[in-house]
Design a protein around this ligand. Structure first.
Ligand SMILES: [Zn+2]
Ligand SMILES: [Zn+2]
Length: 366
């Protein structure tokens, strides 16, 4: 059995992560040790590295998206589909751990809102046992409450790494959207969240999938996933974008707009392009990014607007994202544009920061 594992540690904000070695803890009953095959580098990892996320405590091991192989387990454990897990199984796991006891978990059945929810590689520090608490590591012990998805050996496991974060959050947005088959959909933002939204819109039967973004390659990737109209905000003015949307929606506007950019201007534009009685669903804001001004009569009341915020996700959404990905593996293979060994985690953060990468992944055992 492994007794030591290397991990990339965030010790000071805005300074390179440092490679450190930690003891692999002895597992407690119900715990599972995974050998990380790929760790996703999320846009929010960049924000954490910059010190913009109030949830974190230093020193810490980043990485809340992971896939890997079970190398050790204590006690019997099944995945969410009822399959008994065993050593050498390939797995994806839900990133959040919730209490299962509180008002949100028990009464409202919205565990994503559990005030005790915590996530590997976000709310965890490596200053104390079990030290290894994020996915930027060779091994990760997972607590007994972790929800697993066993993945068939023939599946390209690395491709699935975004399912547990951007995929699941986009699934949550669709879950809350009350979108109907045949609806027109707008997606604002072309990061992984926006790309997943396009793929979900397609699978939910959207009649129009209009995408607004600023990067030509990413907009083209959205076309692969089913976008019917792409609008580059660097090439078209706000007025031109509005005209283009009205032209394909019989002058009514969008049935359901998904704000996946995390930019106040994109939020404002999404609301203005939504039709009377339509819905605007916002999942792009993972941190405070500023405010917008709304005309309460025109923008909300008279418009009968349904405005829906989305915060993180729960296990049913990871299931939705996983199944979506499994149904379109050839397309989703294109999402991870950059792969690095663990020792180059700092380069991975840089290509995410500059948006050179759509999605970067770390491979601790290349
Ligand atoms: Zn994430
Ligand atoms: Zn709870």
């Amino acid at each position: 059995m492994e007794t030591k594992a290397r991990a990339m540690v965030l010790e000071k904000f805005n300074e390179p992560l440092v490679m450190r070695t930690f003891p692999v803890p002895r597992l407690k009953e119900g715990e599972v040790l995974v050998k990380i095959e790929a760790a996703g580098v999320c846009g929010s990892d960049v924000h954490m590295w910059e010190g913009r996320d109030p949830r974190i405590r230093l020193p810490m091991i980043l990485g809340h998206e992971g896939v890997g192989e079970i190398v050790e387990m204590r006690g019997e454990k099944k995945d969410v589909y009822g399959t008994l897990l065993k050593v050498r199984d390939k797995v994806l796991w839900n990133r959040g751990i919730t209490c299962g006891q509180c008002y949100f978990c028990k009464v409202k059945m919205e565990p994503s809102l559990c005030p005790y929810r915590w996530v590997y590689g976000i709310h965890t520090t490596c200053a104390e046992p079990p030290y290894l608490t994020g996915n930027y590591a060779e091994y990760l012990p997972l607590v007994g409450k972790t929800d697993f998805f066993r993945i068939e050996p023939k599946v390209d496991l690395q491709v699935l790494v975004p399912a547990s974060c951007s995929g699941a959050t986009a699934a949550h947005a669709f879950d809350l959207s009350r979108m109907e088959s045949g609806d027109s959909v707008l997606v604002q933002g072309v990061g992984p969240l926006g790309i997943f939204a396009v793929a979900f819109a397609k699978s939910f039967g959207a009649s129009q999938i209009i995408v607004i973004g600023g990067t030509e390659e990413r907009l083209n990737m959205c076309k692969t996933f089913g976008a019917t109209l792409i609008l580059n905000r660097h090439k078209l003015s706000k007025k031109e974008r509005e005209e283009a949307v009205m032209e394909v929606t019989h002058g009514r506007g969008i049935d359901v707009a998904f704000e996946m950019a995390g930019e106040p201007d994109a939020m404002k534009e999404s609301i203005s392009l939504t039709r009377t009685g339509g819905a605007c669903v916002s999942a792009g804001f993972a941190e405070p990014r500023g405010t917008i001004e709304l005309d309460c009569f025109h923008d909300i009341g008279r418009k009968n607007l349904r405005l829906q915020g989305v915060w993180v996700s729960e296990v049913r959404h990871t299931h939705m994202a996983l199944q979506l990905m499994l149904s379109r593996m050839e397309d989703f293979k294109k999402l991870i544009t950059h792969r690095f060994p663990l020792s180059r985690a700092n380069d991975a953060i840089q290509v995410m920061k500059t948006r050179e990468a759509v999605k970067a992944a770390l491979l601790p055992h290349p």
